[in-house]
Design a protein around this ligand. Structure first.
Ligand SMILES: NC(=O)c1ccc[n+]([C@@H]2O[C@H](COP(=O)([O-])OP(=O)(O)OC[C@H]3O[C@@H](n4cnc5c(N)ncnc54)[C@H](OP(=O)(O)O)[C@@H]3O)[C@@H](O)[C@H]2O)c1
Length: 303
């Protein structure tokens, strides 16, 4: 599928494009890209395809064992331990990247956890908010000095960001103890990913640096591990019609991270490799700025 235009939406890619399609013909030799959640699903496919095109990929997984197991299959991949629900693990991952002395051409914040049935907490915060948002905010912001002058940050969000609470982020209930709904909490964390991308894009002073957020589509992956058996069975039944394959699901994040026509996008929400309109809350710059400040405050408390 040719990329014939710099106009977003006219790039020739769509719902059925795969990560291999959107990177076809690109020589990523010399580029270094960090991918979180490389141990399964979209992260694994993203890492595989980017390595195929010549990029060096720092593959981050919850443990070094998990990262090393998948990176061992790919000569251009280097494993990195990074448990996003553990500030000390994130700090160690940042220190490891600093020691490597690399320049990052892209960071793909792909790892995520979805909709545990019951409230789970990390250090007093609801698990999804902490892992999907706080962990990635921590990792990405502490690596910005490593980002190249044309570096791109890609945040994995979801169309489920529309299921966030009406006020967007429940700052008074970040623990989840004042009420927990699995999907509302997932939606809140994915809205936070979108708001982070928007806020980061507005903070960049290098004109070539970008941050965008991506909804990959709906894909059957390990993300569904917390769904009940009945819902999983429905997913299997509708899979061929409604769902994307993993190869298709990884396309938009690869597009945003490396395709030349995505270089000019700033703080956008991408679906099927095209700019789309997110919820009204996701466009709220005041909310995005407040979330940034609250997250920094949380991290400061963690030492
Ligand atoms: N699949 C979909 O339909 C869909 C739709 C919209 C958005 N998304 C988003 O796409 C991204 C990738 O999801 P996926 O479908 O590829 O799911 P997946 O196969 O479950 O992959 C998620 C990855 O995140 C990792 N992860 C979870 N908690 C972590 C932690 N505390 N520290 C470090 N890594 C952690 C997982 O590692 P472990 O295996 O060790 O847990 C796994 O490698 C997620 O951000 C998700 O929200 C997916």
């Amino acid at each position: 599928m040719p990329a014939s235009s710099v106009v977003p939406g006219a790039n020739g890619f769509g719902r059925r494009s795969t990560a291999a399609d959107v990177t076809a013909g690109l020589d990523l030799g010399g580029r270094t890209i960090l991918v979180t959640g490389c141990s399964s699903g979209l992260g694994l496919e993203t890492m595989r395809v980017l390595c195929d095109r010549g990029a060096r990929v720092l593959g981050a997984a919850r443990t070094m064992e998990k990262a090393a197991a998948v990176c061992a299959e790919l000569p251009l991949a280097s494993p990195l331990a990074c448990d996003l629900s553990s500030p000390s693990s994130v700090r160690a991952a940042v220190a490891a990247v600093q020691r490597m002395n690399v320049t990052l051409d892209a960071i793909i914040a792909n790892a995520g956890v979805m909709a545990p049935a019951r409230l789970q907490q990390v250090l007093g915060y609801e698990l999804q908010f902490f892992t999907n948002h706080v962990g990635h905010h921590h990792l990405v912001t502490r690596l910005l000095d490593r980002l190249s002058s044309t570096g791109r940050v890609v945040m994995l969000t979801s169309s489920a960001h529309r299921r966030a609470p009406p006020q967007g982020i429940q700052f008074e209930n970040l623990s989840g103890e004042r009420g927990y709904s699995p999907w509302t909490a997932y939606g809140q964390s994915k809205l936070a990913n979108l708001l982070f991308a928007k806020q980061l894009a507005s903070r960049f002073r290098e004109p070539g640096q970008t941050a965008n957020a991506v909804h990959p589509g709906v894909i059957r992956t390990n993300l569904q591990r917390h769904l009940g058996a009945a819902l999983r069975a429905v997913c299997v039944a509708v899979d061929p019609v409604f769902f994307k394959t993993i190869a298709e699901g990884a396309a938009t994040q690869c597009y945003a991270a490396v395709h030349p026509t995505a270089a000019t996008l700033r703080g956008e929400y991408l679906v099927d490799c095209k700019v789309a309109r997110p919820s009204k809350r996701a466009q709220d710059a005041v909310l995005a700025a407040k979330l940034w400040d609250v997250t920094e405050h949380i991290l400061a408390q963690m030492g």
